[in-house]
Design a binder for this molecule. Structure first.
Ligand SMILES: Cc1ncc(C[n+]2csc(CCOP(=O)(O)OP(=O)(O)O)c2C)c(N)n1
Ligand SMILES: [Mg+2]
Length: 899
């Protein structure tokens, strides 16, 4: 069909659904369609339809929005199931929780400035209460409970409910955000690190909760597919998030994984109160319609809950279609205004646009107009949506629930732009709040904002407890029975301790080691190798065939390399999580696997191996969260080292991940030089985390430079784990004494420097392997602090101080990291530490040239050692100058770190 055959200038009027002419019009269109199908075939017809649709979209975009449905509830009143609960009782319960949530924040801020939020929970109360009374299932035998990601800023409401349930008492509420108060307090937001028996999922760094919930839902499927769990029912994952939060790229970034994997165990509830912190989320548009497009396009089941029941009658009476038209016209900025202004304003500005609409509301008062409630505040509508969501098959569901931010706060902040930051209410506002929600608190004490908890035998308390009992118990709750694993022993890695003349890298050593682990009877099945499309880079592609890549669909195609031994093997019970290029997604899998010991009482051991530069630098907030959530496992920053990863240049060469990792309180970072070190560290990590139950995780840098791996010297295991041990002492017969700390492959610079110093400069240098500066520092700080606070007692000595106490001479550190990494221990090194490092942007070049450029090669190490000796008056100053000349180092060369 030619373009001109459709007259796009003519207004396109949709046929009315009733009436004879409409029927006729529809019938002839149908026959034309059938004719086209028959004569042109489905492919051409589809192309034709697409073309027509495109033309229609250009001429009248509002009429054809492939990914939008009308701005009304997805579930019509006649499809609504009956409400199964006692609405009156539930309203009272919710009102008391609202009051206590508000009072928790306002009280805390009447004597302190600790902050907190009222308006997020105020808008979400119904969304949570319907869930608590009818959907969220607690843990029971052979059922881990539904997993609920609570919106971080709604925490006061979750505490207020726990108070009502008798799980926490008034003292806790009084100490909201005052965790260091006597007797403890409540954390500001969901933090399992701070409240390990209560919160399961940290959510307050916006975007991370939604992202993690997708990977958690997929991980639940993985556990089932691999036969590691056998639940009587499948838990649902509920993620509650804000509409403003949807602007975080992490929030919407992995939507298609959820639909691709048919995660119908996943339900998102987006609280669309149309506001974020500063103002409207989309003042000039409609966030609900925008999100609907994104979710429908990504293949989700979308349920919109826009209007409360009080609108049903108006919608039913509107035969003109103008009410819907007007709703579509108004933007979120308008709706926010309607929530703040009286009903007369809405009548004047919303309804009066069309005379028919004005007539429609003739029989209702301004007050009633003001009370036309939004869908997210109507339990009936919310219940209908939740029920449809839990019953939906084959797709994840998102519920877009329209609410008012600060609902019920009235002039104290309802719908106002300041509402997110509102933490105080005056007495008048408190009285209004009390009246609106019928809270039985008397006038004489209202100013004190007492908490209100009905007696244990009240109908409210009985109902609330009965509902939770019927649903399997309280929630959130983080409880589990520790299950120690039968972890490997050092002997299992004997091959790594013998050394090898064959040149290998620590990455290759790891690839070998993980094979041993996968075969281990005690833990093999618990391993979860996680890879973001880099297996071939790290030599781990052999695992594809061995243990398979997890795919819920198995492998329904014949892989292109099926003839080869190491073919790309996907399987329904595959063990590898091959995530594709998503470090944030891979970290989410690491977290889901690393917390499985608590979430499901099934200890899993994630080994997440990735390009070190795209670790904490890229997704540092998830590393931090891994600490908060008490994740266990191993993070392996491969192709580490600013000079060891040669060629790749500035964006790839990492010299600072170890510093980032050092900042995480529960992370043990290691920089290993030799295969046996990797084996010792991983064995100990497995023991501490999976036999002893410590809630910590490990970070290991792995490198891709090949060199002969030495045998393990006797008795060094303890030093490897504590962070420093003497690897190779210098010759005894030299005039001067020095010590060089080396890490990773750069230990080879130290070893070569040792030779040069002995042969040419009469210096005996001991070479030490520095495996963890962070651990040395933490231990040293611990002792220093203890000594300061116990001045009358014999001082404690840290490991590093004890180790170096008797050593003479100077100390130099060299590594493939920025200088700040070794500098962490400088205060405890006798006489100070001369540090070399790779500060500055990387370059693509050969290792030798890079190491000279960054001054971490053997020659630079020699010069630094001689200089340190000269500085301490232990060596001859002329030697430094001589060495610079002898060794061909250009003193005027470019300085890598410029500012
Ligand atoms: C990553 C991140 N950036 C910024 C913030 C600060 N912040 C906290 S709440 C908030 C607004 C939240 O708006 P919305 O998601 O719509 O939630 P609502 O409170 O409206 O339900 C902001 C900006 C944060 N917590 N996390
Ligand atoms: Mg919001």
């Amino acid at each position: 069909m030619k373009k001109e055959e459709i007259n796009t200038s003519r207004p396109v009027t949709p046929p009315s659904t009733g009436g004879k002419s409409g029927d006729k019009w529809g019938q002839s269109l149908q026959s034309m369609f059938e004719l086209a199908l028959e004569s042109q075939g489905p492919a051409r017809t589809a192309r034709l339809l697409e073309k027509l649709a495109k033309q229609l979209r250009t001429s009248s975009p509002e009429l054809l929005r492939t990914f939008n449905t009308p701005y009304i509830n997805t579930i019509s009143p006649d499809e609504q199931p009956p409400y199964p609960g006692d609405r009156d009782l539930e309203r009272r319960i919710k009102s008391y929780i609202r009051w206590n949530a508000m009072a928790t924040v306002v009280k805390a801020n009447s004597t302190t400035n600790v902050g907190g939020h009222i308006s997020t929970y105020a808008s979400a109360a119904t969304l949570y209460e319907v869930g608590f009374n009818h959907f969220f299932r607690g843990q029971s035998e052979n059922f881990p409970g539904d997993l609920v990601y609570f919106q971080g800023h709604a925490a006061p409401g979750v505490y207020a409910r726990a108070f009502f349930e008798g799980r926490i008492d008034e003292r806790h509420l009084l100490n909201f955000r005052q965790e260091l108060a006597e007797g403890g307090g409540l954390s500001s937001y969901p933090h399992p690190y701070l409240m390990p028996e209560f919160w399961q999922f940290p959510t307050v760094s916006m975007g991370l909760g939604p992202l993690m919930s997708i990977y958690q839902a997929r991980f639940n499927r993985y556990l089932q597919a691999r036969g590691l769990v056998n639940w009587k029912e499948e838990p649902k994952i509920w993620a509650f998030l804000g509409d403003g939060e949807s602007d975080e790229p992490e929030t919407l970034g992995s939507l298609t994984l959820a639909s691709r994997e048919n995660l119908d165990n996943l339900i998102w509830v987006v609280n669309c109160n149309l506001q974020r912190l500063d103002g409207p989320v989309r003042g000039n548009g409609k966030i609900i319609q925008e999100l609907e497009c994104a979710f429908l396009g990504a293949g989700w089941n979308v349920i919109k809950v826009i209007l409360g029941g009080s609108w049903d009658d108006l919608i039913a009476r509107d035969k003109s279609g103008l009410l819907l038209k007007r709703m579509e016209e108004a933007v979120d900025g308008d709706y926010q205004k309607y929530s703040v202004e009286p009903g007369s304003y809405t009548r004047r500005h919303f309804f009066s646009k069309y005379p028919e609409l004005l007539e429609l509301v003739n029989n209702i008062t301004d007050e009633q107009i003001h009370k036309l409630v939004r869908g997210g505040h109507d339990p009936q509508k919310v219940y209908a949506a939740y029920k449809a969501a839990v019953e939906h098959k084959g797709q994840p569901t998102v519920i877009l629930a329209k609410t008012v931010k600060g609902y019920g706060l009235g002039e104290g902040g309802e719908g106002r732009n300041i509402t997110h930051q509102q933490k105080k209410l005056n007495e008048k506002e408190l009285r209004e709040f009390r009246a609106r929600f019928n809270i039985p608190i008397s006038d004489d004490v209202i100013a004190e904002m007492p908490f209100y908890r009905p007696p244990a035998d009240s109908p409210e308390t009985k109902y609330l407890l009965e509902r939770r009992k019927a649903l399997g118990g309280f929630l959130p709750s983080r409880k589990f029975t520790p299950k120690p694993l039968d972890v490997p022993k050092l002997e299992d890695f004997a091959e790594f301790f013998k050394g090898s003349s064959m040149e290998v890298s620590t990455t290759m050593a790891f690839a070998r080691l993980i094979k041993v682990l996968l075969r281990h009877k005690g833990i093999g099945r618990n391993l979860v190798p996680i890879i973001p499309d880099e297996a071939r880079t790290f030599g781990l592609d052999a695992l594809f065939k061995d243990i398979g890549i997890y795919s819920s669909k198995g492998q329904i195609y014949d892989p292109v390399d099926s003839e080869s031994l190491l073919y790309y093997h996907e399987a329904k019970d595959g063990q590898i999580l091959e995530e594709g290029i998503t470090e944030a997604g891979s970290m989410s899998s690491f977290i889901a696997a690393g917390t499985s010991y608590a979430t499901h009482a099934v200890p899993m051991i994630p080994f997440y191996i990735y390009y070190s530069m795209f670790g904490p630098q890229r997704v540092g907030d998830l590393f931090w969260l891994a600490g908060d959530i008490r994740a266990k496992g191993f993070l392996l920053g491969a192709t580490a080292g600013r000079t060891t990863l040669n060629g790749e240049g500035l964006q790839h060469q990492d010299g600072h991940s170890l510093l980032y990792a050092s900042t995480i309180p529960t992370c043990l970072p290691y920089d290993s030089a030799f295969a046996y070190e990797v084996a010792v560290i991983i064995t100990e990590g497995l023991r501490r985390m999976y036999a002893e139950g410590e809630e910590i995780f490990y970070y290991l840098s792995l490198y891709n430079e090949n060199y002969a791996m030495p045998a393990m010297p006797p008795g060094v295991e303890d030093g490897i784990l504590k962070g420093l041990y003497k690897f190779k002492p210098g010759a005894d017969d030299k005039k001067h004494k020095a010590h060089i700390f080396g890490s990773g492959p750069i230990i080879n610079s130290a070893l070569k420097a040792q030779e040069i110093l002995a042969e040419r400069y009469n210096v005996s240098a001991d070479v030490w392997s520095a495996t963890s500066y962070k651990l040395l520092r933490t231990d040293a700080i611990r002792c220093k602090r203890w000594n300061m606070l116990h001045p009358a007692q014999p001082p404690q000595k840290s490991y590093i101080e004890t180790l170096l106490a008797k050593e003479q001479g100077v100390f130099v550190a060299v590594s493939d990291n920025i200088r700040t990494v070794p500098d962490q221990v400088a205060p405890w090194v006798p006489g100070g530490l001369m540090t070399l490092g790779t500060d500055g942007f990387g370059r693509s070049d050969t290792r030798n040239r890079l190491r000279r450029f960054f001054e971490v090669d053997a020659e630079s190490t020699v010069i630094a050692t001689l200089y340190a000796l000269a500085q301490k008056k232990l060596g001859e100053p002329q030697l430094v100058e001589k060495a610079i000349k002898d060794l061909g180092v250009d003193p005027e060369k470019l300085r890598p770190q410029l500012v």
